[in-house]
Write a protein that binds this ligand. Sequence first.
Ligand code: GTQ
Length: 351
Amino acid sequence: MNAPDRTAQTRQQLYRDMSPHDLTPLWEVLHALVPQKPATPCAPALWKYDEVRPFLMRAGEAITAEEAVRRVLILENPKLRGQSAVTQSLYAGLQLILPGEIAPSHRHTQSALRFIVEGSGAWTAVDGERTTMRPGDFIITPSWTWHDHGSEADGPVVWLDGLDIPMVRFFDAGFAENNADRSQQVNRPEGTSFARFGHNMAPVRHESPYGATSPIFSYPYERSREALDQLERSAPVDAWDGVKLRYVNPLTGGWPMPTIATFMQRLPAGFAGKAWRQTDGAVYSVVEGSGEIVVGQGESEVRYAFGPRDHFVVPSWHTARLSSGSGCVLFSFSDRPVHQALGIHREERLS
Ligand code: GTQ
């Protein structure tokens, strides 16, 4: 046997002998463990609302909100099927509630956001306060707060759920409880949290009611849209993002949720954006208008034409660029707060 063969054989024998002891050599996997750049298994994906909606309505006939607890179609990343994940760290789903239904009260350590996609007049209750849902509203369910949803609307109401489920699963830190009451007792009038915290003021000597989570649990679309319009009129349009704002926790100036960053942006008519990439994979919900996103490079490049209520995902470190002929408004969320807390967030703006 020649020398290289002997070396290979020695190594293979070593690996076989140590394997029963739950030992394995780093040098065989080092390149994959410490990659030169992110190599996510997650793929870009687009869910056209026209295609999703009929399934949602069929789900509405197949099961009640009560029986399902949450009647949601999960947006599963095509490369992460079976994991209930839209990216490695985030969960997304579209939840349907029909007139007269109740999605019963429970609480869990996972944080949730709701972004209202279709219909008005359903409500969600968080910690004793209800808020009415309207399209474009961004609503937060802080970790470990009781929440239930219900509807007195005259038609279906659909919203995007964004949760940190895969992250909490990764840390094995998930707890959940059902409430004895189907829907929780309401003990504050609607609008209380916004009145206290939504006017650039906060009660003197207050404590943050939800720890690292914003005390405002509904950010109404009216306000977000107005902020975007004002910014568009008064400042130069960013060549990568168009006109983009991040939602803030008014008590800290930081992200409204500890694990999820949320944004709303407007691409003016005729916008042809430059390309960027960032380590935080992001999920987009199209609020108004239409446009196009190009994700990836070379052979793996995909182009999605999107319109109102469509959803798409841009995975970590994928080059992306946005454009819009007639203008549009996009909501998006990502796991950026966690990247920043760990000091590993990277973003590159390509020219
Ligand atoms: O509304 O509480 O999409 O607990 C997934 C898990 C929604 C919710 C989801 C949940 C919820």
